[in-house]
Design a protein around this ligand. Structure first.
Ligand SMILES: [Cu+2]
Length: 330
């Protein structure tokens, strides 16, 4: 982590919005603790100024509830087949208002599409590398080591078909496994992989949140954090939630450089299903920390209207973008 911003919130926000060297320069205000603290802490919102361009680019609100079920067909034996097309492509993405990041992407977006299937489906992931570096797709879950996306590195212009059965049911993820791994991950080559139980889960409003970070200095220290890429987006555009309706968050951690990331919900608690592979085992909590590659399903029902904040419980991550609000209404 880097760029701890100390000073008036407005200044911090603008420094972040400017990005690059300005964002890294700490605007430090010296406080004389011997006197009464005259520094104004009543700022309404410590964050970026303005908004990302969702009209011409990635819209985090759409991504939140978007699932790629592939093209469905059936084998003679009745097994469901799902075909997906994933293309690796270099692309500049907007990670905060006016701040572009030269990403390596799956299908032009970071995170890549949320791949979803039911346990037992045969998945065929047709991967093409239209980028400038060698890449792969390494899926978590159970499959043949020949389909693991580690040893067969796909060169630019190359293609590979990953074929395996979706199992076990739970919340998984995928990412590039070309070396150096931390570079390929940090550049944006990752996504969520959901395998539904054959009988499904209880009806709920479902959301995908990928915890990620970006180093605009490319020095191995993140300058921005978020869920689903755009810093502070869900704080500025709160996620509408219906009071009394079951909410289900598929939460993954794909943050590079930092050892852990975390999710904390205010004013309520959630059921925590680690890896989502069991439905009879859960913990009731309001905070979960995850290492890179770990994931968990969170379920909760907001009891009354209002703004419920959620953010990383590493305060610095929250202040550098990983913060949002659920706006509950009747
Ligand atoms: Cu790669």
């Amino acid at each position: 982590m880097k760029g701890s911003v100390v000073g008036a919130a407005g200044t911090a926000g603008m420094a972040l919005a400017l990005g690059n060297s300005q964002a890294k320069t700490n605007t430090t205000q010296t406080l004389d603790f011997g006197k009464e603290d005259l520094f104004d802490h009543s700022h309404e919102f410590a964050g970026t100024v303005g908004d990302i361009d969702i009209a011409s680019d990635f819209d985090p609100m759409v991504f939140l509830e978007q699932f790629d079920f592939g093209t469905k067909s059936q084998l003679d034996n009745g097994q469901t087949v799902r075909d997906y097309n994933i293309v690796a492509v270099d692309r500049d993405i907007e990670i905060a208002p006016g701040v572009k990041f030269p990403a390596w992407t799956y299908n032009g977006q970071v995170p890549g599409p949320t791949i979803r299937a039911t346990e037992g489906d045969l998945l065929r992931i047709n991967f093409s590398n239209a980028g400038t570096h060698p890449h792969t797709i390494h899926f978590h879950g159970v499959h043949s080591p020949k389909m693991d996306g580690v040893f067969e590195v796909i060169k630019p212009g190359g293609q590979f078909m990953y074929e395996f059965e979706a199992k076990p049911w739970g919340l998984h993820l995928y990412h590039c496994h070309a070396v150096p791994l931390k570079r390929h991950l940090h550049k944006g080559l990752y996504g969520t992989f959901i395998v539904d139980p054959p009988a499904g889960r209880p009806a709920a409003r479902e959301m995908v949140m990928v915890m990620n970070g970006f180093s605009t200095q490319f020095d191995g220290a993140n300058t921005f954090y978020a869920v689903n890429t755009a810093a502070f987006h869900y704080a500025k555009q709160p996620i509408p939630v219906k009071v009394g309706q079951l909410q289900r968050v598929y939460l993954t951690n794909l943050t590079e450089f930092d050892l852990i990331n975390s999710f904390h919900l205010h004013a309520d608690m959630f059921r925590l299903y680690r890896t989502g592979t069991r439905m009879d085992h859960y913990e009731i909590t309001d905070t979960v920390m995850l290492c890179q590659g770990e994931r968990a399903i969170l379920e909760f029902t907001l009891p009354e209207p209002g703004s419920y904040m959620f953010h990383a419980h590493q305060s610095e991550f929250a202040e550098l973008g990983w913060m949002g609000i659920f706006e509950a209404h009747e």
